[in-house]
Design a protein around this ligand. Structure first.
Ligand code: SF4
Ligand code: SF4
Length: 127
């Protein structure tokens, strides 16, 4: 199942031309629509659920919809990257709406909102 960008949470990373979700997708499947100032998964069928886009989003606007074997439509996973960037709390929602949280130790490097262009300063919105 593909990831989903929540339009109520995505702020387009302000005026970022290449927001973290776009930059982190190894398949270039996510694009930013500059008309709406929001990102979306353009190539849904090609998404292979590797999840760096989900973890890189500073607004927690992308959630991973679990496959039908694990719950189908309503089941999802949403990460919350802790400030120390050494832990993630994952919120899982199963197909009956039951919410569970579990924390794992990991390492998540901050992703700048845009690639650094020489002579240009990039604001750091990392948590
Ligand atoms: S990283 Fe998150 S908030 Fe930024 S454009 Fe992508 S989905 Fe939207
Ligand atoms: S889950 Fe992986 S392949 Fe799918 S959109 Fe995110 S980064 Fe790209």
């Amino acid at each position: 199942m593909p990831v989903i960008v929540d339009p109520d949470l995505c702020n387009g990373c302000y005026n970022s031309k290449q927001p973290p979700c776009v930059r982190m997708c190894p398949g270039d499947l996510i694009v930013k629509d500059f008309q709406t100032n929001q990102a979306y998964l353009k190539y849904v069928d090609d998404c292979w659920d590797c999840l760096p886009c989900v973890k890189a989003c500073p607004e927690e606007a992308i959630r991973f919809q679990l496959s039908y074997q694990m719950g189908f439509y309503n089941a999802s996973l949403q990460p919350h990257v802790h400030k120390d960037r050494q832990h993630i709390t994952w919120t899982s929602v199963d197909c009956n709406g039951k919410v569970e949280e579990f924390q794992i130790r990991t390492k998540v490097l901050p992703v700048a909102l845009d690639e650094k262009i020489e002579g240009e300063t990039t604001p750091d919105f990392s948590i």
